[in-house]
Design a protein around this ligand. Structure first.
Ligand SMILES: [Zn+2]
Length: 148
């Protein structure tokens, strides 16, 4: 695939150089081959500049994306209590996979946070209609029993 692209690029460069050389070499001291080389070099140079510009543009885009990601992650916050005797509560940004440390606003000590994950049993939705129907049936059974 890469070789096909390279071949196509050289073909296009050669075609453009040939056309330009044919139109210019006639009344100049340089011959066709020299004009062909000059036009080819100019095209390769322009191509190189375009590739460099694209790389810079893509690099800037990536940096921007990283900054946006950091900004989004910083939106996750948690209220924490300082382990000092003041037990000061404050809201801090939390980022997973990093060492989340902060400075207490009251005692100015550097505090590390520990993120723990708890598990809870999932509950199923209560079907209230079925419960009422069952209760109704039971009360009807009891009432019928009393009638007899
Ligand atoms: Zn504190």
């Amino acid at each position: 695939m890469q070789f096909k692209r390279l071949g196509l690029s050289f073909l296009i460069i050669s075609l453009i150089s040939s056309v330009l050389s044919f139109t210019t070499y006639d009344n100049t001291p340089l011959n066709f081959a020299k004009w062909f080389s000059i036009y080819s070099l100019i095209q390769i140079f322009i191509h190189y500049i375009i590739v460099v510009c694209i790389e810079i543009f893509v690099g800037l885009k990536l940096k921007n994306l990283e900054l946006m990601q950091i900004h989004e992650l910083s939106k996750v916050t948690s209220v924490v209590t300082c382990p000092c005797y003041l037990k000061h509560k404050q809201t801090i940004p939390l980022i997973l996979n990093t060492n989340n440390s902060y400075t207490c606003e009251r005692c100015s000590k550097n505090i590390n946070t520990v993120i723990t994950i708890d598990t809870v049993m999932k509950t199923t939705d209560v079907n209230s209609k079925q419960i009422f129907d069952t209760l109704n049936d039971k009360s009807n059974e009891i009432n019928d029993g009393n009638m007899q």
